[in-house]
Design a protein around this ligand. Sequence first.
Ligand code: GCW
Length: 717
Amino acid sequence: MPRCLKWLFSFSLILLFQSATYATDGYKLWLDYKTISDSALLKEYQSLLGGIQFYGNSETIEKASREIQQGISGLLGMDSEKLNGKYRLVIGSYSNLPKDIAHQFSKELEYLNKEGYVIKSISNSIVITAKTDIGVLYGTFNFLKRLQTQQSIENLNITDSPKIDIRILNHWDNLDRTVERGYAGFSLWNWHQLPEYKDPRYEDYARANASIGINGTVLTNVNSNALVLTPQYLEKVKALADIFRPYGLKVYLTARFSAPMEIGGLKTADPLHAEVKNWWKNKVEEIYTYIPDFGGFLVKANSEGQPGPQNYGRNHVDGANMMAEALAPFNGVVMWRAFVYSEHDTTDRAKQAYNEFVPHDGQFKDNVIIQVKNGPIDFQPREPFHPMFGAMANTNLMIEFQITQEYMGGATHLVYQPKLFEEVFEADTYRKGKGSTVAKVIDGSLHNKKITGVAGVSNIGTDRNWTGHHFLQANWYGFGRLAWDPYLNSEDIAKEWVKMTFSNKEPFVEKVSAMMIESREAVVNYMTPLGLHHIMATGHHYGPGPWVSDLSRPEWNPVYYHKADNSGVGFDRTPSGSNATAQYAPEVAAMFNNLETCPEEDLLWFHHVPWNYKLKNGHTLWDGLALKYQEGVNEVAQMQATWNQLENDVDAQRFNEVKMLLNIQYKEAKWWQDACLLYFQQFSKMELPKGVEAPAHTLQYYQNLQFPYAPGIRPQW
Ligand code: GCW
């Protein structure tokens, strides 16, 4: 080859290599072990880390070993076999470690639960150990995180255990691969090609979950399809479970209550009927022949048209206990959802779950967990905490968050949700006096619960970057972290994620994490400020629709929730209205009932307030509302400005993708502001205050917008 061609060839190879190295399409999530760019730190780590010794030979240990090799080679820019620094890494479960090392940990291990771990420096070693290999894997990821976030690895003495048992993603994935409320492509599960074709992505998914301590996944939609319980599908489920197992990720399925009729040929699904009970017993036994560590069922019953025990004059206890009995011999659980409301109950949708479930406290079997959404309506940008938290002292009860952004702009809007999760966990239920936080209800400590859990409706799909928007990976990440420990601080989590995902550079971390923290209040402000809720457009919930009033069920209409009229706006849930506040502990009810003490962020959730009511800052309600909308829009503008300053700190691909999405978010925030203010202005009949931009179009223009193909729509609706 002539010289110049040779040169060109090697030059293009370099370019190719470079673009491969710097291709940052987001696929690697927070596990992109890029070489540390701070050369002093890099040298320091290289001088500290010696060889790696693994003990144990399970598949989980193999994964941990591969992870550490991959992580260290990447981060330290050298083959991990060549390490010859001061401390060797000794990794293995207590029972596999050499006795002389293991015995030094017997004290620490006493305090760990079966998934916890210890990372400790002893003489010339750093030891990562645990009671189980899964604990070792979690410890390994934690050690790597220390390197990724550039923390010291000397004098380590870390012990950590998850505070919650079941830390689970709920996929609302259908068997045809559409995803209800999914905004990141199609379902990851390629049912058609399973079980033979094992997409490597399945393992990457399990590994990502393990890295943040998620230990369960419900593969299918709560609006369920009984077919997944047939042998044809169970074989496919088994293939996934086999891939996930080494990562400590258990598989669960949604169980359609009418399955005994649909796939079992029975005439009834009555939970008290002997044949039905038997059918479920046999079905469960069959499932365990495929998946010996199957986690159990998630059930949506008698809710939004799903079949359930009430179809047979039975109640939730009858239904849940019947399934629990079948699962008990295998240590399986039933997660029974409390998301129920009926169009025939004219009181207040916010009250219905409590009314249907709380009277049954103490009647559910030990392996039933009631799964309760974080707020009493439905995953709004802000809701007060659900009154069921702390109200069922004798029933296992888990919380459900929605990581996917059904009511927050889909995957287009940058909303950092761990801020929301944290707010809910910190809320005080007062069920056992001051300090009875939701976190204590959920970690089981308030009432000494047998099983505890946190569920998050997944925002993951086939999009190359998994979540549709690079920043929404942080919501998956932060969900996992808070499910592990609901007392963590959301800002710390944001910083940790930014460092692992983008860069450790100080000003960058500060600016980006501040932007993330701000983003949660921004979405509240530009969509539903001051306690407004459920005013999204119908069906797809994309964009504003406060005017919608013609749906068949009253509680599906936004007008049901805001109750705007000439006298004011807001839902009176105090004793003069629906009295939903009575479902909270007396201290909390009193706080919400009183206009003086009700937090203004929840004002219109609990009160119908005149347009000229004086807010704490002296503005009238109307002016305050308009200014809040404007604040939300301004906050998005600020997010854009922050991001635009950071062009040189981020790879071009992610920079541009985020930039384009922020532009859409700004446009849509403005749309929310204009449409809502024009609509409410018909009732307030007041001018927009100074500082609030005039709407770009007429109210009619916004009312006429149609989005028949907005993503994530529920097919049946
Ligand atoms: O908010 C509603 C959603 C439905 C969802 C339901 C639920 C899976 O609009 O799409 O159904 O909540 O949580 O069951």
